[in-house]
Design a protein around this ligand. Structure first.
Ligand SMILES: Cc1cc2nc3c(=O)[nH]c(=O)nc-3n(C[C@H](O)[C@H](O)[C@H](O)COP(=O)(O)OP(=O)(O)OC[C@H]3O[C@@H](n4cnc5c(N)ncnc54)[C@H](O)[C@@H]3O)c2cc1C
Ligand code: FES
Length: 334
């Protein structure tokens, strides 16, 4: 039996049990969301031991050096110790500047950073981990560049029964405080690698947030090749920022916005393609040389993984496909 020391208690780990599952089993309220190494909500500090390489490789070297690791990926082979992190030690304090509906399901959340010098450097399209006043931590993609705009823009969708989103949509107000950690993720525009290649971006729902960040960044850096952005919803009212994207397309002839909806709608201003994003895109790109494209896929995990496979089979190079599946916590209802 392996022992996990936590606040003067000796907890017994089951064979192959993660530190997260052991702590939860013993009633410790450790935040977590994905259990997949993605959301970074389950950060703990290894005490009197070294966490496994597997559990630490996901986080920034500066945090690794201070003993931090991901509890959902840590399966100790020998006795170990863990403590919960003091977020104020290393997270950035933000306050809500505004909450604006982008459609009936999505809020634009603008955040001010209490001490702008403390803000971590990131590229638009990467994601951060936000912890709300109740200690609930979730991952959200960043739609803008703090270095340019001096605030952080997130797009967050309402989720029925969701803990974080219930707080955000029902209780949160301008001035409320959040802790932010980051950045994580490889969905961003890299001018050294991407500047001379066409870009293909596709997302569903709030998958638009990181894609918009990447498009804005690429245009700001005067990207020279075509940029195709596909955004899908069931109906036109599930799309958002349509006017901004249409204006951007008018201003930049190499930027092409492709709204896609599944259900037909009489909307002459939008003129969306009819069908699922993945169907429309694969058809549009049937004759394109996909090996040249830099590809970014964000949103629902089934959509991201399915389209990744299709594009790879159609000639895209796997090292040029960047994905952010918005993995959610799995909740088994009582
Ligand atoms: C890399 C990454 C980037 C992301 N970026 C974004 C983004 O930019 N925008 C965005 O909106 N989201 C994003 N997400 C998703 C986000 O992190 C959260 O998962 C999402 O907001 C839901 O969080 P929640 O706390 O509201 O739901 P949770 O409390 O985590 O609930 C998870 C699921 O369980 C269901 N559930 C919970 N309780 C019950 C119950 N009692 N009965 C039945 N079902 C239940 C909920 O309906 C929900 O579907 C991202 C995720 C990842 C991993
Ligand atoms: S990274 Fe551990 S729960 Fe998401």
């Amino acid at each position: 039996m392996t022992t996990l020391n936590y606040r003067q208690q000796q907890l017994q780990l089951k064979p192959n049990e993660t530190v997260l599952d052991c702590l939860l089993r013993h009633g410790v309220a450790l935040p977590y969301a994905c259990k997949a190494g993605m959301c970074q909500a389950c950060l703990v500090k290894a005490v009197g031991c070294t966490a496994t390489e597997e559990s630490s490789k996901w986080i920034k070297p500066a945090l690794q050096a201070r003993g931090y690791t991901l509890a959902c990926q840590w399966v100790p082979a020998t006795d170990a110790g863990a403590e919960l992190p003091e977020l104020a030690d290393f997270a950035v304090t933000a306050t809500i500047r505004s909450l604006q509906p982008l459609n009936s399901q999505v809020l634009q959340v603008l955040l001010d950073i209490a001490d702008p010098r403390s803000m971590f450097a990131y590229r638009p399209g990467q994601y951060l981990t936000a912890t709300n006043p109740a200690g609930v931590a979730r991952a959200y993609s960043i739609a803008n560049d703090f270095a340019v705009e001096g605030m952080v823009e997130l797009h967050i969708a309402a989720t029925s029964h969701g803990e974080f989103t219930h707080w955000l949509f029902s209780t949160a107000r301008a001035g409320d405080q959040l802790y932010l950690r980051g950045p994580t993720g490889t969905c961003f525009y890299d001018v050294r690698d991407d500047a001379d290649q066409p870009l293909l971006l596709a997302g569903t729902g709030t998958g638009l947030a990181p894609l918009l960040g990447i498009v804005r960044d690429a245009l700001r850096q005067q990207h020279t090749q075509a940029i195709h952005l596909y955004h899908g919803g069931r109906t036109p009212d599930q799309l958002y920022l349509v006017d901004e994207l249409q204006n951007l397309a008018r201003k930049h002839p190499d930027f092409h916005y492709h709204p896609c909806v599944i259900e037909a709608a009489d909307n002459p201003a939008l003129r969306p393609s009819l069908g699922r994003v993945e169907q429309v895109l694969v058809q549009d790109m049937a004759k394109a040389k996909l090996s040249a494209y830099r590809i970014y896929l964000c949103g629902a995990p089934a959509f991201v993984h399915g389209l990744r496979k299709k594009l790879y089979l159609q000639g895209a190079r796997s090292e040029h496909i960047h994905c952010d599946p918005f993995t959610e916590r799995t909740v088994v209802p009582d």
